[in-house]
Design a protein around this ligand. Structure first.
Ligand code: PHE
Length: 360
């Protein structure tokens, strides 16, 4: 083997042995760079005899071309390898299931309020609202609960700091003050419900200092007890989804209604569990009555011209009964596990865009 062949074989072996582009570049510099082995040899040609210079020059140039060609092919190979390696490293498994987007739920209280509103909307009621911070007049006096009346004590009222005239505002203890506000502002006929927050200083498994009520008020000509009964029987049956649900009206007392009646629904208690709709037991679910003539008068209306009925129900209580929720306090804990268990899909809620009134 000639010296030239040995050089060629050595360089080609180095090219083949280069395992990455950096190593290949080192081989290229070692062979073809300014001080590379081939370049150095080419520089010595000048000192040779013309004939030998020609032969050696041709042979050297052949080696140079062959080595350059080998480097270029090896470079293409190594670039392809590098690309495959990068593709493998950055591979994304598009067959993995996506994380489902977190969908919010409807709180059982909101759901219950919307169900109540939907039923009354069907009966032609609209929604009215009033302030949570009330005056003594709207919360008590106008509702025929004068100062010193024993009913005031039963309400466990939260009073706020007195204003400049020494009068203490109250957190409304029921939604009934909106009866007064509505009768003062809207000419009969009136048919409203008032869902909203109410406050009493009370806290245990069935009482919370803040809770929700839904008031109802119907005022018009010749409204009588029959209307009250028909309306509330229909409501109870629609709300609990039992067509022949037994409904009982039990005489009661509220200062702002006369006569007054508490409404009970039929139920049964089996092994400590409550079943609504059958049985010989009763469960109280709301208060009601014919609006007291003095209340109608207090709003500037003539009780000989218009009459009406009113009712009030606790929304937490209705939600607990309908959805089997045992402890009222859990409504406000914001415990995600509880919310997922008792919450409702947003899609499931009846669209309720009818019957909405301006707040009064
Ligand atoms: N306001 C009464 C309560 O909070 C409920 C009620 C409303 C009773 C309207 C009769 C008429 O207990």
């Amino acid at each position: 083997m000639t010296e030239m062949d040995t050089l060629k074989a050595e360089l080609l072996a180095c090219v083949a042995a280069a395992t990455d582009l950096a190593a290949l570049e080192a081989v290229r510099l070692d062979a073809l760079g300014k001080k590379g082995r081939i370049s150095v040899q080419l520089k010595t040609l000048g000192g040779l005899e013309p004939e030998l210079r020609k032969q050696t020059g041709q042979a050297l140039n052949l080696v140079k071309d062959e080595v350059a060609e080998a480097i270029s092919m090896r470079q293409t190979e190594l670039e392809a390898d590098a690309l495959s390696a990068q593709l493998a490293k950055e591979r994304v498994d598009i067959s993995l299931p996506v994380q489902p987007p977190l969908a919010g739920g409807i709180h059982p209280l909101s759901r219950t309020m919307e169900e109540i509103a939907a039923i009354f909307a069907d009966m032609g009621f609209s929604i009215a609202e009033g302030p949570d911070i009330e005056t003594d007049f709207y919360n008590f006096t106008a509702l025929n609960i004068p100062p010193e009346h024993p009913a005031r004590q039963e309400h466990d009222t939260f009073y706020l700091r007195p204003d400049e005239t020494g009068v203490r505002p109250v957190l409304r203890t029921h939604t009934s003050p909106v009866q007064i506000r509505t009768m003062q502002q809207v000419k009969p006929p009136i048919r409203i419900i008032v869902p909203g927050r109410t406050y009493r200083s009370d806290h245990d498994a069935t009482h919370s200092p803040m809770f929700h009520q839904c008031e109802g008020l119907v005022i018009g000509k010749d409204i009588h007890m029959g209307h009250l009964k028909g309306c509330l029987i229909d409501f109870c049956r629609a709300f609990f989804g039992v067509d022949d649900l037994p409904v009982r009206f039990r005489p009661s007392f509220f200062p702002f209604t006369e006569p007054s009646a508490e409404v009970d629904i039929g139920c049964r208690r089996v092994d400590g569990k409550l079943e609504i709709g059958t049985g010989d037991d009763w469960l109280e679910i709301l208060g009601s009555g014919m609006v007291h003539p003095r209340v109608i008068e207090n709003c500037g209306l003539d009780p000989d011209q218009v009459q009406g009925f009113a009712f009030g129900m606790g929304i937490e209580r209705l939600a607990m009964l309908k959805y089997g929720i045992p402890d009222l306090r859990t409504f406000y804990d914001s415990d995600l596990r509880w919310l997922r268990h008792y919450g409702f899909m947003p899609i499931d809620v009846p669209a309720l865009h009818t019957g909405l009134d301006e707040g009064v």
